[in-house]
Ligand binder design. Structure first.
Ligand SMILES: Nc1nc2c(ncn2[C@@H]2O[C@H](COP(=O)(O)OP(=O)(O)O)[C@@H](O)[C@H]2O)c(=O)[nH]1
Ligand SMILES: [Mg+2]
Ligand SMILES: [Zn+2]
Length: 355
């Protein structure tokens, strides 16, 4: 196996590559992107790269420029310490998302992904509507989706079972694994699903444990995860670039930053219909402006307590309400609100367990 093959270059790409380009340039793969600069590899070592002026000036859309996972035509200089990119090899798959507010503008997330791991944590991050949006994006791109439920150590096994059943209601055929980075549960299942030569990516909100999973798979703390103190000081995103990592078994894995604005679908309209029974219950809250979080006389909290309202269902409702209000807020407002909400749900769960 040659070096390019060892990082995923196969017959399909070979047949798609432009013979005129490969006659005068080498082929390499984009490992990461940072603003206008790139890191590329030919399968041994990483090389700093930039786009040729000609490529930049003739590019008519973001589609024409390289993204993480792309195969590119490039010239190498100075003993392979610098590369100039001249073009992009046709892509097998492309993961992209619309930019907020601009329907035709989009951002490339990663290219040539075979399988996307869509990750949601089983605590307050779980949201079937958001999961559906991820599935739509991944399916649209002809990438195979796998759903991973993280942080299973935080809830009881039968609750995990229940969540898995719920997930299967929105994605009946999906491969689904519940795991924990903390206890190591089912990390091996995920690891053994990674095939040499295939490229995988980790998708999901910030904080669900994507980078920790990458570290669990590698077996060392190579990549920086989001500790609580870091979150305070440096802001939400620890993973600022999308980086392609080659695993020992020959599979490639791309970690992506959290996609807060994925799809940008307004959920408000669907919430009331989807949660009609909650809306009905809420009529019996003592206060008309009840936030359903801590108020005495809240009918929702009472219904959870009495077992008439599933906690998960309540969490989904609150999360979605929160999310739909989210789009209207400034970034710093969003950050505060998100944290407060997380704390609130944890507090509710805790107080429930105590009783
Ligand atoms: N309880 C628990 N916490 C986890 C687990 N995986 C990750 N975390 C924590 O969740 C936080 C965010 O993890 P990180 O990997 O940075 O999330 P990312 O933003 O998706 O990359 C960190 O504080 C991790 O320690 C898990 O399986 N169980
Ligand atoms: Mg991360
Ligand atoms: Zn209430």
């Amino acid at each position: 196996m040659d070096k390019l093959e060892s990082i995923g270059y196969d017959d399909w790409f070979r047949s798609q590559a432009d013979g005129e380009q490969t006659a005068i340039h080498e082929v390499a793969r984009v490992v990461s992107v940072r603003k206008d600069s790139y890191v590329v590899t030919k399968g041994d070592g990483e090389v700093f790269a930039e786009c040729a002026g000609n490529l930049l000036y003739t590019a008519s859309s973001p589609l024409d420029l390289p993204t993480t996972g792309d195969w590119i035509y490039a010239d190498f200089y100075d003993d392979d310490s610098l590369a100039i990119i001249h073009g992009v090899v046709p892509r097998k798959t492309l993961l992209k998302r619309k930019k907020a507010g601009k329907p035709v503008d989009f951002q490339l997330l990663a290219a040539n992904i075979d399988v996307a791991f869509i990750i949601q944590s089983v605590d307050y991050n779980l949201n079937l509507r958001r999961l559906e949006r991820y599935l739509v994006m991944v399916n649209e791109s002809k990438i195979i989706p796998v759903v991973l439920l993280s942080k299973c150590d935080l809830i009881a096994p039968d609750e995990v079972e229940e969540i898995m059943e719920n997930v299967l209601t929105v994605a009946p055929q999906i491969s689904l694994v519940a795991f924990s980075n903390l206890t190591g549960e089912h990390i091996d299942t995920i690891k053994s699903s990674l095939m040499p030569g295939n490229t995988y990516c980790l998708l999901g909100s910030s904080g669900v444990g994507k980078t920790t999973l990458l570290n669990s798979i590698i077996g060392s703390e190579q990549f920086e995860t989001q500790s609580v103190s870091k979150k305070e000081s440096k802001g939400r995103h620890t993973t600022t670039s999308r980086e392609l990592v080659k695993l020992d078994n020959g599979a490639m894995l791309i970690d992506t930053p959290g996609l807060r604005e994925l799809g940008n679908i307004s959920v408000d309209s669907g919430i009331d219909e989807t949660f009609s029974e909650i809306l009905e219950l809420a009529q019996y809250c003592k206060f008309g402006n009840c936030s359903h979080t801590s108020e005495k006389g809240c009918a929702l909290l009472a219904a959870i307590e009495g077992g008439e309202l599933a906690e998960q269902r309540y969490n989904n409702y609150m999360k979605m309400k929160n999310e739909s209000a989210f789009h209207e807020m400034s970034y710093s407002e969003k950050r505060k609100k998100d944290k407060a909400f997380g704390k609130m749900v944890k507090a509710v769960l805790k107080s429930k367990k105590k009783r």
